[in-house]
Ligand binder design. Structure first.
Ligand SMILES: *[C@@H]1O[C@H](CO)[C@@H](O)[C@H](O)[C@H]1NC(C)=O
Ligand SMILES: *[C@@H]1O[C@H](CO)[C@@H](O)[C@H](O)[C@H]1NC(C)=O
Ligand SMILES: *[C@@H]1O[C@H](CO)[C@@H](O)[C@H](O)[C@H]1NC(C)=O
Ligand SMILES: *[C@@H]1O[C@H](CO)[C@@H](O)[C@H](O)[C@H]1NC(C)=O
Length: 958
């Protein structure tokens, strides 16, 4: 393919050279310099969709679109956004006078960036943003000493950053964002060049690549004048270099989503004009950085790191320009200072998943800009000074507050993230104007073809993206003014601001022609160039952006397409070009096919390649994660993220990019299943949906890992509640409700799931409690049912936990649903005794049986009951409850009830206890005891906070 390509290239050139001798030199001195014209023909012969005006023999004289000539030399080629397809020819080298090359936003333009580009020594701007270039960045770029603007972002480049770039001492803007560039950042050493030599550079945009190694300390020194240092979404390791504090010109620092470790250097405070600090999603440790004195800070995100536990830092409230503070998942404790909410610019405070307690007091001087207070999953008990304001969203889900009677659903039941008010630039109502399907209604009330795209920002300094229209108006004005300044007849319309899945802010932009119904190609190129060249000075709150442009339709111009004398050359050239394009298209299609197959296998796992396709729908709803994603979202499977562990491996807490908390269950070596078995399990789990079962979010099967990702259930296990470990207090009614929920979940598995599922490991550690203390059964595994003959299944290996294990199953190894019933009976006893089933050699089943047979009634049971369920008060239904539990633990499985019967009986008991079994949760009877002391039985139960995180304890009356 490569060889063929070269040969065609040669033929094409020969044809063009012939042309040179026969026709063109007739009037060479009045036309574009011949060698440059020839180079341009050659370059465009590799293009499909070249500009319609590129006809005629004299590029400069015939007004070819996108060209700027001077003294018959081609100085600028500006062709962004014209949907050009093909490759960039090596003959680019012959345009030796070129100073400005912009081919950006042509997604169909790919192949390697030719090394010969190093000959263009006069080049000042090289903009290839948003194409499909592949291969590595040519080191020859280091010869372009005049280069001030180098943008090759959003391509498919790989390889490392060539150290020769360090030669570009005039470089001001260096952008490689959104590629697959790997390796470390090169540093000079007296012999070799390195990026530390870029002393004129203000922009290092390296986000979304695969860069690794540590961020070299030598990169930063006091001669640097860096403004934006954007290293987010890479694989950087090691510490944040303290030398950063020497570059006091930095206004935006993004190091988020890397694997940085160690403490944040304290001289970061030297960056006094820093407005944007994002160091979230790393593994930074040591104390929470003290940001005192960094008074320009507007947007701060330090979430998801491994900082030491800390109290709410006092410096919070001294940063008077703060709009956004994100400190999720950092073990921060104490009471939120009220002063935080009175910072006048404050818009969003997000401290999810910390240990914040006491009262959430918004104070009397609340910032009018505040729209979000997200303190979900903390330990807040009460609220004070909450204003009645529509645009203020307070989210308290997962706090003690929400488990109290009278808790306001407005703060506790947060609806799924939605886009409440999609912003659109106001424009006139055009009545019943109806436009053809390929056109749109313009702000001038006519039908036209807008130039459309998405403005993607590398960062923003605000967070109320749905409500603060002031920003968008400012952006509209900036755009409009720039269009006018460059005499471009365009009207901007912005709509639909949002955060994308990579956590970048974007907003849709449509530019409508203001005088006609369409833009000329020259206008399209100029308009697009305004964005690629960052000509538009954006309002303060916006960081740099790029325009991800939608290809503009090509309209045939009025030019004569083939002037006679060029026909032979063009036909030859076209034949070659057509062939190349054909081959290219073929290659692209193949690649697309391959990519599609890869994507499919990414979504559905490697096993679907077998072809039948019938597997696919069964996996609907569960997502395939990469190992990398899960590693990131669990802080590299950090100790601090561990929720629990068992024989199969460990369960970690994870925070997905979209803010959703998950439990990540990672099988350890030795407990891996066969690939087919794992597949079957996922298929089965993703079909299981019941409100009393923990649902599967997704899975991961790369790199020899078997990881299941479940929804995160915030209130811990039933075991931890009964032991007092989690601080979640359950009264008698709550316990009945938990028992019913678990029984219903198991009934579903036994009787409704298809195929039916035997849990095999029912125990209090596998019953989780959600926000409303509803039970969710977790960890149900696989059982291969015996289809043809009798019910049940044979397992080669007895699974289960001592204390809960059905003795019949243990001896016969014949597994039926009744084994789960036995285990559940043990759980029922555990619920009323709060004892572990096996404790200091005593077995709860035996003890309860003995106690009852000794006294022939429930009296003997008193000493066994958990004092926490108020045995001095009444426990309505307790007798039937104990009967039911003992029925479940009958020695012979045939004597035990079925799970649906168990559930039914619990419902009956609840009715005896004055409850309605069909109301999912009555939060009124759930209590953490703290803020309101209305335990349903005893009022003298008291509550104490032990002072250490994760160990709230209920102290009950003796
Ligand atoms: C471009 O320059 C190279 C080297 O000077 C030459 O070999 C080649 O023929 C030129 N290409 C065209 C299209 O003129
Ligand atoms: C650095 O630039 C000079 C021109 O100033 C050039 O001669 C040299 O080859 C360049 N070095 C590299 C490694 O590109
Ligand atoms: C802070 O910046 C000043 C220059 O503005 C520099 O002299 C000093 O060494 C820096 N401090 C630290 C701790 O890096
Ligand atoms: C933070 O730094 C400031 C000054 O650098 C200091 O006064 C303050 O005590 C520090 N705060 C904490 C909590 O360390």
């Amino acid at each position: 393919m490569g060889f063929l390509h070269q040969e065609l290239n040669l033929k094409c050139l020969l044809l063009l050279l012939n042309l040179n001798f026969c026709t063109l030199n007739v009037s060479a001195e009045t036309q574009t310099t011949t060698s440059e014209a020839l180079a341009l023909y050659s370059i465009s012969s590799y293009w499909q969709n070249k500009p319609t005006s590129w006809v005629g023999s004299d590029p400069c004289g015939n007004n070819w679109v996108g060209l700027n000539c001077s003294n018959l030399h081609i100085k600028k080629i500006i062709l962004p956004g014209l949907n050009i397809k093909g490759t960039l020819s090596e003959d680019i080298q012959n345009l030796t006078e070129l100073v400005h090359l912009d081919l950006s936003s042509n997604r169909g333009l790919g192949g390697q960036i030719p090394r010969t580009i190093g000959n263009l020594v006069k080049l000042r701007r090289l903009i290839l943003f948003g194409c499909s270039f592949s291969g590595s960045i040519p080191p020859e770029l280091g010869m372009l000493k005049s280069l001030i603007f180098l943008s090759v972002g959003s391509n498919r480049l790989n390889g490392s950053i060539p150290r020769e770039i360090g030669n570009l001492t005039s470089l001001f803007f260096f952008d490689i964002t959104w590629n697959n560039i790997s390796g470390s950042i090169p540093i000079s050493n007296g012999i070799n060049l390195g990026l530390d030599l870029l002393t004129e550079c203000q922009h290092l945009h390296f986000g979304n690549n695969n860069l690794s190694g540590s961020i070299p300390a030598e990169l930063f020194h006091s001669e640097m004048i860096l403004d934006h240092v954007l290293f987010d979404h890479n694989q950087f390791t090691g510490r944040i270099p303290p030398t950063l504090g020497l570059v006091t010109t930095i206004t935006a620092l993004r190091l988020d989503r890397n694997r940085l470790t160690e403490a944040v250097p304290s001289n970061l405070n030297n960056l006094t004009i820093l407005g944007e600090l994002q160091i979230n999603d790393n593994q930074l440790s040591g104390p929470l950085p003290n940001l005192t004195g960094m008074n320009a800070l507007a947007y701060v995100d330090m979430s998801n790191n491994l900082f030491d536990q800390s109290h709410i830092p006092p410096w919070f409230s001294t940063l008077m320009n703060l709009t956004t503070l994100k400190l999720n998942n950092l073990l921060i404790s104490g009471v939120l200072p009220t002063s935080l909410f009175s910072i006048p610019s404050m818009q969003a405070v997000q401290l999810r998943f910390n240990l914040i307690n006491g009262t959430l007091d918004l104070g009397s001087e609340l910032s009018t800009n505040l729209t979000l207070v997200d303190v979900r999953e903390n330990r807040i008990q009460t609220m004070a000074n909450v204003p009645n304001r529509d645009n203020l969203h307070i989210q308290l889900d997962g706090n003690f507050y929400c488990n109290q009677p009278g808790a306001s659903a407005q703060y506790c039941n947060v609806p799924p993230e939605s886009n409440p008010s999609s912003y659109v630039t106001p424009s006139p109502n055009c009545g019943n104007l109806v436009c053809p399907s390929d056109q749109q209604e313009s702000p001038k009330c006519s039908c036209s073809y807008p130039l459309e795209g998405k403005l993607v920002f590398r960062f923003i300094a605000f967070s109320n993206i749905y409500t603060n229209f002031t920003y968008y108006t400012a952006l509209e004005i900036a755009l409009y003014k720039t269009f006018q300044q460059f005499q471009l007849p365009a009207i901007p319309i912005l709509r639909n601001p949002k955060m994308d899945i990579y956590n970048y802010f974007d907003i849709d932009l449509s530019m409508f022609p203001s005088n006609t119904d369409r833009f000329s190609q020259a206008e399209v190129a100029q308009l697009t160039n305004l964005f690629t060249n960052t000509t538009i000075s954006q309002p303060d709150a916006f960081g740099p952006y790029y325009l991800d442009a939608v290809p503009y339709p090509t309209f045939q111009g009025k030019y004569l397409l083939f002037p006679n004398f060029l026909v032979p050359a063009i036909v030859g050239g076209f034949a070659a070009a057509a062939l190349i394009v054909g081959l290219l298209t073929f290659a692209l299609c193949q690649r697309r096919k391959a990519r599609k197959a890869k994507e499919l296998s990414r979504r559905f796992g490697v096993w679907t390649t077998s072809g039948s396709g019938s597997d696919i729908p069964q996996l609907k709803g569960s997502r395939l994660f990469t190992f990398g994603e899960l590693k990131k979202c669990t802080n590299n499977f950090a100790e601090a993220s561990i929720l629990g562990s068992g024989g199969y491996g460990k369960v970690y807490r994870g925070l997905l990019d979209d803010g959703k908390l998950v439990a990540v269950k990672r099988a350890q070596e030795g407990s891996l299943q066969g690939g087919q078995e794992f597949k079957t399990e996922i298929e089965m789990l993703s079909r299981v949906h019941h409100r009393n079962l923990v649902s599967l979010v997704g899975f991961c099967s790369d790199q020899n890992e078997q990881i299941l990702v479940y929804e995160y259930i915030p209130n811990g296990t039933l075991r931890d509640s009964l032991s007092g470990k989690s601080g979640v207090y359950l009264d008698w009614k709550n316990r009945l409700r938990v028992a019913l929920g678990a029984a219903r979940g198991l009934t579903y598995l036994h009787e409704l799931a298809n195929p039916r599922i035997i849990h095999r490991d029912v125990k209090s550690n596998n019953i989780l409690l959600d926000h409303h203390l509803n039970a969710k059964v977790s960890d149900f595994g696989l059982c291969k049912p015996l289809r043809d003959d009798k019910k049940g299944c044979i397992t080669t290996q007895v699974k289960g936990t001592m204390g809960y294990l059905d003795p019949e199953y243990y001896t016969t190894q014949h597994l039926t649903e009744k084994s789960d019933v036995y285990s559940f009976g043990v759980v029922l006893l555990e619920i009323v005794t709060a004892r572990k089933p096996l404790e200091r050699g005593r077995y709860v089943v035996g003890d309860v049986r003995n106690a009852i047979s000794r006294s022939r009634d429930l009296q003997g049971l008193n000493e066994l009951l958990d004092p926490g369920i108020c045995h001095n008060g009444s426990l309505p239904g307790i007798k039937r409850y104990i009967d039911l539990a003992l029925k479940c633990v009958e020695e012979f499985s045939s004597e035990r009830p079925r799970m649906s019967e168990v559930a039914k009986e619990i419902e009956n008991i609840m009715v005896l206890a004055g409850m309605n079994p069909n109301i999912a949760s009555e939060t009124t009877s759930a209590s953490f005891g703290a803020a309101n002391k209305s335990f349903s039985c005893d009022d003298d139960a008291s509550f104490e906070y032990s002072g250490e995180p994760y160990s709230l304890r209920i102290v009950l009356p003796k």
